[in-house]
Design a protein around this ligand. Sequence first.
Ligand SMILES: [Zn+2]
Length: 185
Amino acid sequence: MSMHASAKNFPALVLNADFRPLSYYPLSLWNWQETVKAVFLDRVNIVSEYDRCVRSPNFEMRLPSVVSLKTYVKPALYPAFTRFNVFLRDKFSCQYCGCKSDLTFDHLIPRSRGGQTRWDNVVTACAPCNLAKGGLMPEHAGMRPMQWPYRPTVFELHRNGRLFPPNYLHESWLDHLYWDTELEP
Ligand SMILES: [Zn+2]
């Protein structure tokens, strides 16, 4: 389960039973309806709450802003292959010229030559570089990426993700998202 974070949905950050986020990319968030349901099914502990309450004739509760699973789930080693995650791997910069605007994706081996849309063949490229390379192989275009594309681990994306935090972060999430920053060399 995942969603785009916005304050309107009162999303809850979902932690694993070890109090680390269940997933970083995308960030593990449930909308408030999913969260309340999980509380009633006794699948989660409430770690932190919003000021906002939900009421029905029989009960009233504050909406959770952070919950933790009661049962540990083994986290994935590799993140999902998504547009955002490719940008994040490449630190939101064109792999040919280094610029950070007008970003698109380039197939290193062009699709017209059998190049596939996967981690090891897609790089972040600005629109002008993408146009310049066109359907050429890297060596024919004289354009080599600064970093050969690869499938990153969740850990590697998380390292880059500290440089590019999501647009919406509730204050109660911060401790859980960045508590281990100091451990970085
Ligand atoms: Zn470029």
